[in-house]
Structures are given as C-alpha cells and as structure tokens.
Unconditional design. Sequence first.
Lengths: 244, 430
Amino acid sequence: MNVFICGATSTIAIHVARLYAMKKSKLFLVGRKQEKLDAIQKDLLVRGADKVSIFCMDLVDKSKIPELLDLVQKEMSFIDVMLVAQGELGDQKVDESNLDRFAQILENNFVSPGLLLTAFAPLFEKQQGGSLAAITSVAADRGRQSNYHYGSAKAGLSAFLSGLRNRMHAHHVQVTELKLGFVDTAMTTQFKKGFMWAKPESIAKKTVSAIQKKRNTVYLPWFWRWIMLIIKSIPECIFKRMRL
Amino acid sequence: MKYPSWGLYPTVQNEQVCDISKDVFKKSISSFLPRGNGLSYGDICLNDGGTLGLTRFMDHFIGFDRENGVLECEAGLSFDQILKFIVPHGWFLPVLPGTKYVTLGGAIANDVHGKNHHLRGTIGCHILSLKILRSDGQILACSKSENTNLFSATVAGMGLTGLILSAKVKLSPIASSYIDQEQIVFRSMQEFLDLSKESAEAFEYTAAWVDSMSGNTQRGIFIRGNHSTIKKDLAPHSDGGKFRVPLYCPNWLLNSYSVRAFNFAYFHKNIFNNMKSCAHYDPFITPLDNVLNWNKIYGRRGFLQYQFVVPLTDSGIEATNEIFRIFKKYQLGSFLSVLKVFGNIVSPGMMSFPMPGLTVALDIPFLGDQMFAAMKVMDQVVSQAGGRIYPAKDARMSTEGFQSFFSKLDEFRTYVDPLFSSNFRRRVGI
C-alpha cells in the first residue's frame, strides 16, 4: 500500500503510520520538524515499512506545495491513502483577543489541510481511485464559548470535506472525515484525563478501519455521535445561556 | 493526583507535568524528574513541587538487528510494546519484572530484576549502551567502555543522573512464547531453599508465593518454568480479556482477617497440586497484569510494599523468619508475598538493589502507625543481617537506613544531575 500522511509528527498520525508500516506499506511523511521526522522514519522502517520518504516543510507554506506534489508522485505512482492530520488546539482562554493567534488557529486547522487537499485532488481525479481522509473534531459540530476558534476552523474543514466528497464521488475516490472526541495526545497533555478519553493507539486502529471500509464520516470513539446529536438539538435560545 | 505512584502513597499536592522535548530544560523549572508509567510503588517517581517529564512520546524504535537480537529504542517504550514487537521474531527480554508496563527507562533507572535473576541478573546486565540528556544540554553516550562511571550511576540511578533517551538491549533468543511450568507446594523455609537450590541450574524462571500470615513456618507455592520445548509458538501476549478494577475499593476490604482468609483459601486450593502445565509467558511471568489497576483493591489510602534482600546465611534466614514473626505480631496482612533466591551475577549499577541472597517482597495494606513502627523494626533486622531495601518499592525508609544500605552512595552523588530530583531523593538525603 502507498500511504501519504501530512502532519505526520502528530500523535495520531504516528500511530496510524505504524499500523500501515506493519502491513509493509510504502510511506511518504510530511511535517514541520526534521528531527521528529527522522525518528519516525527509523521507527517505521524497524516496524516493517517497505520504504519511508520524508519531507520537511511548514504546512501553511503554499510555495512548497508544488515541490511536494512532485516528490510524492516520484515516489508513488498511485496513492492508496492520503491522510491529513495536522491541527492545533490552542488555548482560547489565553488567546481569545489575540488576532495573530486566531489567524494561526484558522491556518493550522482549516487553511493548511484545505490547501493540501486542493493541491492533491486533481491527482486523485486522474488516479480514479484511492482514499482521502482528514481529522476534524466533535468541536466542529457546534461552536461553544470555550473553544469556538478551534471549533469553527474544524467546522470549515468539515464542510470542505463534504464538498470534496461530493466532487470526488464521480471519480471513485473516497473522502473520509474522522471526527475525534477527547484523545490523549501531545495536544492534550495538560487536561485531566477521565473515562471519556481515548488512547491514540485505539483511535489509529479505528481510523485505518474507517478508511478501509470507505466510511464517509465517523465519530471516534462511537459514542460521540450520540453526545453531539444531543448537543446539536439543544435550541439556540437555551444553548446560548450555557457555559459548556 | 494525576500522576500517582503505584502504591498511591504518598500523595502530592503540586506537580507540573510536561512532555519531553529537546528544549525541556530551557523552561524555568525548579526540579525535574523523568516519568515513565509510574509503576514504582513509593515516592521514587514523584516530584512534589517540581516537574515531571512524561516520556510517553519517546516511543520510537531506532534499530533492530534481527540476527543477533540487539534492539535499540527510545526509553519511553514499555516492555509491553517491546515484547509485542520482538516475540514474533523469536526474541525475548532477558529480564522481565512483575509487570510488562514498565518503560525501558524506568526499568533501567530501577535496575529491575525478575524470576530469572539467578541466571540472568538484572536488566542492567543486558544494556549494551545508553544515551542520556543532562540538564546542561549535553547528550552523553555511555556503556561499559565509554563514560563508564556515568553508565554505572545511571543503571539503578533512580532517574536522577539525567534523562535516559534511548538504550541498546541484548535480547534473549526463544523458541516458544509458552512456558513449561511446575507448581510445588512447600511447608517450610528449608523446603523452599531446597527447591530453589535444586531448580537453580535447570530452570530459567523460579519464584515462590508465600503465605506471610501462616505463623512460625512459611508455607507457600514454588513456581518454576522454562520456555517450552513442546509448544513451539511465538505468539506475543494480547490485550484482550483483561479485568480492570473499576474503582477504589473501600479501605476496610483488605485487613488482617480478610487477607488471612484469602491466603488460607489460596494455599489450600493448591495443596494437592504438584502441577505441571504449559502456559503463555503472560500469565506465568506477569499474572497481575491481567487485573488492570489492581492497586485500587487497596482503596484510596493505598498500600506500601516492603522488599528486602539478605545474604543466604544462617543469620540471613533467621532475619527473614524474624521479619515474618514481626509481621504476624503487628497483624500486617500481606497476601501478595513473593520469595526468591537471587543469583551471583553482579549488576553494573552502583546503586543496584539485588545481592546474592534471599529476597522477600511484601504488600502491606495501609493500617496506620503500627505499620510504620513495624517497618522500622524490620529495617533494623535487615540492616543487622547485612541486607538492604529496594528503593523502587519504598515510601518510608529513613535517611540513616538508606545510607547504611548503599555503600556507594557518596560516589553516586557525584553523578546526580543538579536539576533532577524526586520525593525519594529529598526524603533519604541523596
């Protein structure tokens, strides 16, 4: 299998890459930090990957995308899976009035994934097959006062994926949206963990399974679908008074 | 507490946590302690008022020589993760303690031993090299031939000499992940010692569960085993089907009466069984891993563990019997008491716990002051017999006690990183 992962140094992406490596896949990884990519490359090769190529770039830097397209096509004549995993939770409590930080949250969570998917979509159209996948969040389902910067960026990505799925259907390309709840990763170290927190290893397993089963939208873990259904159905005149 | 120790005692009020990164020491922190999976019992993995550096994302493999069984990997990987990877290739960890969930870094920092100490020594004996990050930013490679003193200080160094980034481990070849095992009942210390002696050469793994409440003689069940020559299967352990203790049990559940009753029932259930069978390494070597969060059975107060070693001399054996007598006198109820004879293989760690002799590990539910008084008396018995106590299990030994148990303490101090500290370090005056 040929697997292309953006945001490859994120915790969930690492665990997904490991699962594909154990299946002797060929991997192409893109991330911001060279040293981390080097360590991940060595790790995946030990675990059984057929080949691991890495490319270090700032994922919001549009100018590097043509070079990336070129390199990926050189390594992989057919991309089976493209996973877009970068994101940044931020801290809205601290940065609520910080204009630069707000712009960064939008860039890291919406613009960057959107740019990469836009750039690679024509390739997938030409392939007439393969799977695109991206990680969003349950926070996308409804903006709430404590994290709507992050939530709205993910909501944007969610709508983007829906449109992309619509476009790609005619080209036999699957688009899977992975809506994650609370996951214990590098992004959430400072949170107190309770029984609703999922481990990245189990999320990675379910991610690989969802892509393989060509699911459209999955909530991970499953119970978030029902929690968000309830949250979404609260009338706005009540919701606006709540302090979730 | 977000990050307690396994014994859930002592509690800490104020602990910062961070994930390890290259510039972790550039932040302003008063003191630092690497934290693996926190399976040490006492306060050796606690740093009240300081920072815990979580090693959980240091989980990359670096290289694997499949022919010669040499694995190089980051120190945040647990033995559980390592075994899942190496076992199908016909390799095993040369030393496994009572749980697979220890991280490699934690295992080296406590220089863990297992049921095969009599043949293989501690994990430190199988570490070919280490890479350590000191607070001044230096990354130092050390081994038995390079930076040897730092290597010797770091093995069993309690996480105080620097952050272990990665290690190279020499693995043991296996033809099977199953163990041909035997269980033999014994009814006295002498019977146990005879069984240990008789099993030492022919059996890879030996240990005994002992009923510490049974009075003047020690009765128990001796277990011994080898990797199977009959069932040649290299399946690693799986995660499924484990029982998890969902909540803290009430504090009154384990008391000297309920424990005595449990021990009686457990011993007599096995009384007619000089059993031979074949079991996977998972329930044989690490049976407690099948009951996740078993520490919660002891309730919110937690429990203490007391593990000591004494030389295998008449005075050492008498000291052990005396400790069991003290146990009964103070009505301490331990139902997970393990007995083993250590071998002669010397660890490279200057603060390593094992010595040739007899080791006993006792879990003690939290009973209050009588418990601490009893343990003070037990310390003196151990000290007079020329033995010592295991820091990885300790939550209360005195400064004088610790300093008398470890003769190389002064030399060790010179390798302690000035920014690294723990509750244990401050308590015993390292």
